[in-house]
Design a protein around this ligand. Structure first.
Ligand SMILES: *Cc1c(COP(=O)(O)O)cnc(C)c1O
Length: 361
């Protein structure tokens, strides 16, 4: 390869995103608790809609996603004209970085923030900047202190991944109101449906010119394999993102399945309440085993061990028992394991194995 052929600056600094593992050698029924997937799967209505798409595969999909945007707007009480749909919320994050950050610009996010913020910032040629957190919780003062004249985007997931912690709406308001004028606040709401009494930042995105919300069908809707997400924000911002969006960025199957899924809020409610019940049970079982977790508002818990060695040993023990959880060294949390709240048998199995591990100590 000619040495004159080289990629744009920043791209070689990207460490490719590693998805949660799903296989263990020699184990048949692996319990996968590493990717925050919905253990109850997608709604029956969504699956039926997906099957129906087989009959129209020769047709191009809708390019304006009008029906899906209308259904999302109705379910969440939003303005359909200010929604943009993408191949997962990852695509919306990518559009935001491409549109608003380039070489010389800074993209700010918290210390334990989702890895895609860094990856998308680097892909756009911008500089990723991290602000410290306080006991694994987003610290608004630290974020404000880290802002400069070059800050163009600030990403926060609330609830956060991988910590599961939340900051109150009043803190997000304070952040939005005190950012430098050229900075856009992005509230990543991948886990909003699992939290109680929080609109994901929809109200802020309605009332502020500098706030965008992103959401996904990958978590509570159980459609991670299909790749559908959306963003909501000021009309000007959504119009900018739409210029970057490929005309057929979502397939017919993605659009139709998401449409049926958002119409089945009973399924969402069942998943929410089961998750809340099993999450509380799991946190308590881990506590009894001497393993503390922060107060999670999501569909996973972050289990803290005495050291990174203990976390690694527990991970190895779980693998031996046919269970995969997530090491979070890449999130600067080497003494922790992130455990997705699975169905009841999976929760019991993982709690039992960790208790066993602690007893062998
Ligand atoms: C899972 C997750 C997403 C969702 O990504 P998709 O591309 O919609 O599947 C976004 N943000 C965070 C913090 C997540 O954990």
């Amino acid at each position: 390869m000619s040495s004159r052929i080289h990629p744009q600056p920043g791209i070689l600094e990207i460490a490719p995103y590693q998805g949660g593992e799903s296989r263990l050698d020699g184990v048949r029924d692996v319990v996968k608790l590493s990717s925050n997937e919905n253990p109850f799967g997608a709604s029956e209505k969504a699956m039926e809609a997906f099957r129906r798409c087989a009959h129209s595969l020769h047709r191009y999909p809708s390019s304006d996603h009008a029906a899906l945007r209308a259904a999302i707007a109705e379910a969440y009480g939003l303005d359909a004209g200010r929604i943009i749909c993408g191949a997962g919320s990852d695509e919306i994050i990518t559009f935001l970085c491409q549109a608003y950050a380039g070489p010389g610009d800074e993209v700010l996010y918290p210390e334990h923030g989702f890895l895609m913020y860094r990856i998308s910032a680097l892909a756009a040629g911008a500089t990723p900047v991290e602000a410290p957190e306080t006991r694994r919780t987003v610290d608004v003062d630290a974020l404000l202190a880290a802002c400069t004249q070059r800050t163009r985007l600030v990403f926060i997931a609330n609830p956060a991944n991988p910590t599961g912690t939340m900051v109150p709406l009043s803190e997000l308001e304070r952040l939005a109101d005190n950012l430098p004028p050229q900075a856009l606040l992005v509230l990543d709401g991948a886990y909003v449906e699992y939290a109680e009494g929080y609109d994901g930042g929809a109200g802020l995105a309605d009332s502020r010119e500098n706030v965008v919300m992103t959401r996904t069908f990958s978590k509570i809707y159980g459609l991670g394999g299909l790749r559908i997400g959306w963003g909501y924000g000021p009309a000007e911002v959504i119009a900018v993102l739409n210029r970057l969006r490929g005309p057929f960025n979502l397939s017919t199957a993605q659009i139709e399945t998401a449409l049926a899924a958002v119409g089945d809020q009973d399924h969402v409610e069942r998943c929410r309440s089961e998750n809340a019940r099993l999450r509380a049970w799991l946190v308590e079982a881990l506590r009894e085993a001497g393993v503390e977790c922060d107060d999670s508002q999501a569909n996973f818990v972050l289990a803290r061990f005495a050291s990174s060695d203990e976390a690694a040993a527990c991970d190895a023990h779980l693998r031996g028992e046919g269970m995969i959880v997530r090491r979070v060294d890449g999130y600067k949390l080497p003494d922790c394991l992130r455990i997705t709240v699975g169905d009841e048998p999976s929760c019991r199995r993982v709690a039992h194995a960790i208790t066993q591990f602690r007893r062998q100590g």
